[in-house]
Design a protein around this ligand. Sequence first.
Ligand code: ASP
Ligand code: MG
Length: 294
Amino acid sequence: MKVFKFGGASIKDAHGVRNLRHIVAEEKEPLVVVVSAMGKTTNALERVVNAIWLRETEQALREWDLVKDYHDNIAREVGVKLSFEVPLFTTTYELYDELYDQFVSYGELFSSRLVSLYLNRMGLPNKWLDMTSLLLTDHSYRRAKVDIFESEERLRRAVKLSPADTRLWVTQGFIGGTTDHKNTTLGREGSDYSAALIGNFLDAKSVTIWKDVAGILTADPHKDSNAQLIRELSYADAARLAASGAQIIHSKTIEPLEEKQIPLYVKSFVNPKAEGSIIHATDKKLNVAVSWGK
Ligand code: ASP
Ligand code: MG
């Protein structure tokens, strides 16, 4: 079993969704595909939430329609149809953060469903897994804490109960749910962390994060043209780098992987054959200057 995580930038349009299919089709191992929301959807959904909170219902509907149209257009381009029951705009919430999670979680629900339908259509049969009922969390909305023990049980059971010939699962990063069926989110950019947890729970051989850069770099390549690829990193160096504010991987990603000594690959979705970076158990020390920072 392997885990592939695709971030929002990698699936921001129909071309990205087709590219994901090519990458997934190359893999021979049973695979769990974890996706973020497409493109800037999470930001767009935050605008929906803000409008609902301010009771600007028309504005909320307009913003929501933009999100819906964006997904419907991509779905149409790749030949599938998305349909979803969505939460009511008129429900009142006492807590902003609770409202936030009920709506913002739809970014990942939409993207994962779209990807799942498309892969099915292209002859890559897969099972869609719903993390709002598998990744059990507490009620700390927007920074929900995962119940590791129960979530592991649930995910293992769901994978085991899939039709016997299932070799591909598609699911969401970033989101979970409570025992009383409220959606929760794990903190912005939390999909990497979800992928690491899923890898840990399923004893994956490896986890791969597919990004719009070549791997782990010494600096932000969008700002520094001398950014160098770091081919190999220890868990400790990667954790330090992530905690320092480098926009590389979410800082909570390393621990679940290190616990089970699962290697983490960071690779380019533009150039999937290129080597990228590996984070694993190694004595090698990071010996280049890194100039990320916030
Ligand atoms: N979609 C969420 C966000 O943009 C989670 C993620 O991308 O990892 O923060
Ligand atoms: Mg994102």
